[in-house]
Design a protein around this ligand. Structure first.
Ligand code: RP5
Length: 160
């Protein structure tokens, strides 16, 4: 059983949420990926949230767009930490998703990332950082990943 779940409201979210998966692949951290929609599959959401602790999940990355209720509803159903990813939308550019995920009432937090692909990648890194607190091997891989990223940034700009 993996420690991390990546859940999303729709197949159409996978293009974005794949960025979280890619980071976890790079860090050799196993995860499960599932479509769980707050509106279209509420029973699936409920049973996922109800069983998350007993299944041993340590972090849930939840991405959704528009009326993006999945991360907040999941946070209401389980104490497993939820990292929310606002998926970019055509109509409102993902500001709708952002506000839907961000403005949780006191008592049920969702750690909300940036809109879109960068937010999804950062969700993967945040989840890795949480696991690294108790896993020295993941900590070492995450440190190396961060150092490699820093080393890849040139000191001076070049013409395109
Ligand atoms: C949300 O509605 C999903 O998270 C997705 O971002 C959005 C659109 O879903 P589709 O109509 O593309 O399935 O529930």
């Amino acid at each position: 059983m993996p420690d991390i779940a990546i859940i999303m409201g729709s197949q159409s979210d996978w293009a974005t949420m794949k960025e979280a998966a890619k980071i976890l692949d790079e860090l050799a951290i196993p995860y499960e990926a599932k479509i769980v929609s707050a509106h279209r599959t509420p029973d699936r959401l409920w049973s996922f949230g109800k069983s998350a602790v007993e299944r041993g999940l340590k972090v849930i990355i939840a991405g959704a767009g528009g009326a993006a209720h999945l991360p907040g509803m999941m946070a209401s159903k389980t104490r497993v930490p939820v990292i929310g990813v606002p998926v970019q939308t055509k109509a409102l550019s993902g500001v709708d998703s952002l506000y839907s995920i961000l403005q949780m009432p006191k008592g049920f937090p969702v750690a909300t990332m940036a809109i879109g692909a960068a937010g999804a990648a950062n969700a993967g890194l945040m989840a890795a950082g949480i696991l690294a607190l108790n896993d020295p091997a993941i900590a070492a891989r995450l440190d190396a990943w961060r150092e490699a990223l820093s080393a890849s940034i040139p000191e001076e700009p070049v013409d395109d």
